[in-house]
Design a protein around this ligand. Structure first.
Ligand SMILES: C[S@@+](CC[C@H](N)C(=O)[O-])C[C@H]1O[C@@H](n2cnc3c(N)ncnc32)[C@H](O)[C@@H]1O
Length: 254
């Protein structure tokens, strides 16, 4: 074998080794992250079970639902930091609805309006609430998706009139944006703020779930750029990440 061949073999072995080292580092990082996430989920579930003490089997969080750590943080806010009788609007119903209704029951007052576009899932959530004895604290409302044009873009979003009807004269203290699903179009959750901004209480908490996804990152940028700071005159006191969700605490209006 010539010197040139030896050098070239050496270089390709070195390249391959570097590739393997990087691959291994990537997996180590992912493994560490998912171990930490698992630990956070377990401790959040423990907090929820101890603090809310459900006396029936609770539906289990799955890949589509809000993480336990996010539900626990919202429950903690309801129990300790939120308004006396919070009005919650949740876009996209499911497991989170029952846990948050249980948090309101433990708190003693408040109401969650869970907005759902899919009749079967609305029915499923209603049945869970009935079985758990939480219907005094939660309403699931069926709001079909309809075409909306906002800032020159087309969306499919919930029928706003149904949400307004359910709210009556109440304003929203906690808005949880976990729907409509991504397959209803790009930036499917963007309309939440433009559509509901004037129904938010001055010191509302706004939670966007799945904030680690590209589409939700775009929504965060658009909301920060055009909705929270400029058009609607809202002031933000705090912006942070909680698990996979992104939170804003509004501080009133200019
Ligand atoms: C991201 S999920 C919202 C779930 C809910 N906020 C939660 O955390 O449990 C968005 C949509 O998924 C649908 N969905 C609800 N329960 C589901 C389930 N068990 N499996 C799959 N999709 C579900 C509903 O149409 C819901 O509006």
């Amino acid at each position: 074998m010539s010197d040139d061949q030896i050098n070239s073999n050496y270089e390709s072995i070195k390249e391959e080794l570097n590739r393997l080292i990087k691959f291994n580092q990537g997996w180590n990082t992912r493994l560490r992250r998912s171990t930490m996430e698992g630990a956070a989920e377990v401790s959040s579930f423990q907090y929820l079970s101890a603090e809310l003490a459900p006396n029936r089997f609770m539906p289990v969080v799955g890949g589509w639902s809000i993480q336990y750590q996010v539900i626990a943080a919202i429950a903690d806010y309801i129990l300790h930091d939120g308004p006396e009788s919070p009005t919650i609007v949740e876009l996209g119903s499911g497991i989170s609805t029952s846990w948050l209704a249980l948090a309101l029951k433990r708190h003693g007052t408040g109401r969650i309006i869970s907005v759902e576009h899919d009749e079967n899932y609305a029915q499923q959530t209603k049945q869970d609430l009935l079985r758990l004895g939480l219907t005094d604290y939660a309403d699931v409302i069926l709001a079909p998706l309809e075409a909306r044009r906002i800032e020159r873009d087309n969306f499919r979003w919930y029928d706003r009139a149904v949400i307004e009807d359910a709210l009556g004269t109440q304003k929203i203290d906690i808005l949880i944006v976990d729907g409509p699903p991504g397959d209803s179009g790009p930036r499917s959750r963007f309309p939440a703020l433009p559509m509901l901004a004037n129904l938010l209480n001055d010191e509302a908490l706004l939670v966007l779930d799945d904030a680690d996804r590209d589409e939700e990152q775009k929504i965060i940028r658009s909301w920060n750029r055009s909705w929270l700071f400029d058009s609607d005159d809202m002031l933000i006191s705090n912006q942070r990440s909680v698990g996979r969700s992104h939170w804003w605490t509004l501080q009133g209006r200019l």
